[in-house]
Ligand binder design. Structure first.
Ligand code: NAD
Ligand code: ZN
Length: 528
């Protein structure tokens, strides 16, 4: 079990709920304010007055770092402003289950004055309720980044504790993007998780977007989840495959949604692989200038990559994904049960994106893939589940730090510059996206090795891993050369240079600007 962090504004009940929760779970309880007072031998109000806010926040971060470095689960009540420090907030999200407690400003101020504790930050300006509102507004983005948010006004203590324990058991992943944060549930055969996720969004109607294969193979599971909802539903079944990731498919979704009379509270549910997810997400981004989307990835590739991060769009004859929008989903439900009907070739294609994210930012995941390659290639759900979570967590960190790909998110394009070209050159018929990424990863690593940017042995090591995962791993010089014209239209190209993800060791990477011509020469020279 991970630690549990209770966050939220002052006097929202963090300490009292925390003590009760700790007692119920028989865990130690730590209140960061009390801990800081004890360590300093001074009251918070005095620390605040003597040192100022910045230095007080640093004390909090140091304490939180120490708490997470120590082993063992416990309940930790953060101070009201602790999560305004990025580091304290991210540690809580990555290492703990974080619950934001809320209360109306009037309630918080009344509770605060009843407790008798001096609150220097509330005293600023002389009107405590106005100050509470001001602080709540300033901190809204930080408080929204949590595994769950629970209102404590008039709530029953035992019910709150029950609700927190339920979130801990569910163990979701948070994509922390301020007030646009969302939850990714990772489960195995739990249609009720989807039912709950949709019900939690309280939509006025559902537009369920899927494709013909998913409709044929996943119908029962989906009916079990959606049948439990009393919400008007319209299903759009698109023809399957990358060839149909077109504006025409988007128009089919628009037509169905508008025909059903959707309003702004509608929810587009993308039920399928990355193609359906990208199309459904784009339709949601554009319908009525933006309605919410919820993604239910049914391929391994979409589970570990496409469903998280908010990239949506469709292909153009000139190249892949050339038209689109950023539109984060409102929730994602990853249910491994869907993999049962996914052809092995498609499943393995998803492993290529896992290798990609491991190479760029998670050495331990790379090692796990190497250890469990045979079981992963067989589709063993027990082995895949923790690796899917890990891959998602790695992607989430990258998206969190660079949502719009102005910097480090470009690392996720590893293998995609050449991969997309190979895919386009084959007319999207010969190679699956993940297979093209596997070949592209090897070709790009080999080119980088030739440029002295990647150690040569890592190229062979990656080839061996991809091969064991059932993926093509020997790009041919002829094919790469023949597809090069498609590299020229790639979005990642800036004039005559390209922003290339470069891996120096598993999990360690950076983006380098490389001259396109030098890259081409290196890539072709490195292949046989
Ligand atoms: N938005 C992003 O960040 C992002 C990231 C990576 C990839 N992508 C996009 O994702 C697409 C590739 O996604 P994909 O590999 O999932 O392809 P896909 O959506 O075409 O699905 C692959 C095939 O499997 C079928 N299928 C899906 N789930 C099934 C199931 N459970 N049982 C049986 N059949 C099933 C589909 O009908 C299709 O024929 C590409 O277009 C790529 O650009 C997007
Ligand atoms: Zn991809």
């Amino acid at each position: 079990m991970r630690p549990i962090v209770l966050s939220g504004f002052m006097a929202t009940g963090k300490t009292s709920v925390g003590r009760r929760l700790a007692a119920r779970l028989q865990l130690p309880f730590v209140d960061t304010d009390e801990e800081l007072e004890r360590a300093a031998g001074k009251r918070i109000a005095d620390l605040w007055r003597e040192e100022g806010e910045a230095s007080f926040r640093q004390r909090e971060v140091d304490l939180v770092e120490r708490l997470f470095a120590e082993a063992g689960p416990r309940v930790i009540a953060y101070g009201g402003g602790t999560v305004t420090s990025r580091r304290a907030r991210h540690l809580a999200l990555e290492r703990a289950t974080t619950i934001s407690l809320t209360a109306a400003p009037e309630t918080a101020v009344a509770r605060a004055s009843a407790s008798g504790t001096e609150r220097p930050n509330l005293a600023v300006g002389g009107d405590p309720i106005a100050r509470a509102r001001e602080l709540l507004e300033a901190r809204a983005q930080a408080y929204a980044e949590a595994h769950a948010t629970l209102a404590t006004d008039g709530a029953d203590m035992e019910a709150l504790v029950d609700a927190i324990i339920a979130v801990v058991a569910r163990d979701p992943i948070v994509v922390p993007l301020g007030t646009r944060s969302y939850i990714v549930d990772v489960v195995n055969d739990s249609p009720a998780t989807l039912t709950d996720a949709i019900a939690g969004a309280a939509p006025s109607s559902l537009i369920v977007v899927t494709d013909a294969h998913v409709q044929r193979d996943r119908h029962e599971h989906v009916a079990a989840a959606l049948g439990a909802l009393a919400i008007p539903q319209t299903t759009v079944t698109l023809p399957a495959g990358e060839r149909h990731k077109t504006i025409a498919s988007v128009a089919t979704i628009w037509d169905a949604a508008l025909g059903a009379g959707v309003d702004r509270e509608a929810l587009v549910v993308g039920l399928g692989g990355g193609v359906v997810g990208d199309l459904a997400g784009f339709a949601a981004a554009s319908l009525l200038r933006g309605v919410r989307s919820l993604l239910v990835p049914t391929t391994l590739l979409a589970m570990v990559d496409a469903s998280v991060g908010g990239k949506t769009g469709f292909d153009h004859p000139v190249g892949k994904n050339l038209i689109g929008a950023f539109h984060q989903p409102t929730a994602v439900v990853v249910d491994l049960a869907h993999l049962a009907t996914l052809p092995a070739r498609e499943r393995n294609a998803g492993l290529a994106e896992m290798v990609k994210v491991a190479l760029t930012s998670d050495a331990e995941l790379f090692a796990e893939l190497e250890r469990n390659a045979a079981a992963a290639a067989r589709g063993d759900a027990d082995v895949l589940l923790p690796m899917i979570r890990r891959a998602l967590e790695a992607k989430v960190r990258i998206v969190r730090d660079d949502e719009r790909e102005t910097g480090s998110r470009a690392l996720l394009n590893l293998g995609h510059t050449i991969g997309h070209a190979l895919e386009a050159h084959g007319g999207y018929r010969t190679l699956l996206h993940g297979e093209a990424v596997a070949l592209g990863t090897v070709a790009e690593l080999a080119a980088a090795a030739r440029l002295g940017l990647t150690p040569q042995p890592l190229v062979q090591r990656t080839q061996r891993l991809l091969t064991r995962l059932g993926l093509p791993a020997s790009p041919s010089r002829g094919e790469v050369g023949a597809s090069w014209s498609f590299v020229g239209s790639d979005k990642k190209r800036l004039a005559a240079r390209i922003r290339l993800p470069v891996v120096s060791a598993p999990g360690e990477s950076r983006v380098e600007s490389v001259a396109l011509e030098a890259f081409r020469t290196a890539a072709l020279g490195a292949l046989d």
